[in-house]
Design a protein around this ligand. Structure first.
Ligand code: ZN
Length: 55
């Protein structure tokens, strides 16, 4: 079974995730149905930049 990886920030489709890879991805992903929400590299970068501004 494949799960779809979607960016919860900008809704971009990041890719597909194999079920056996879930445990590893689970830490920074939110699973809903067969969609795994995470951050795409662009939003990840934006978020890191924001953190730098706030700290
Ligand atoms: Zn994104």
């Amino acid at each position: 079974m494949y799960m779809l990886k979607v960016c919860h920030c900008c809704d971009a489709i990041i890719g597909e995730l194999e079920e056996h890879a879930l445990d590893e991805a689970h830490r920074d992903m939110e699973i809903r149905g067969n969609v795994a929400y995470g951050l795409c590299s662009r939003c990840m970068k934006d978020m890191k930049n924001e953190h730098m501004y706030f700290q």
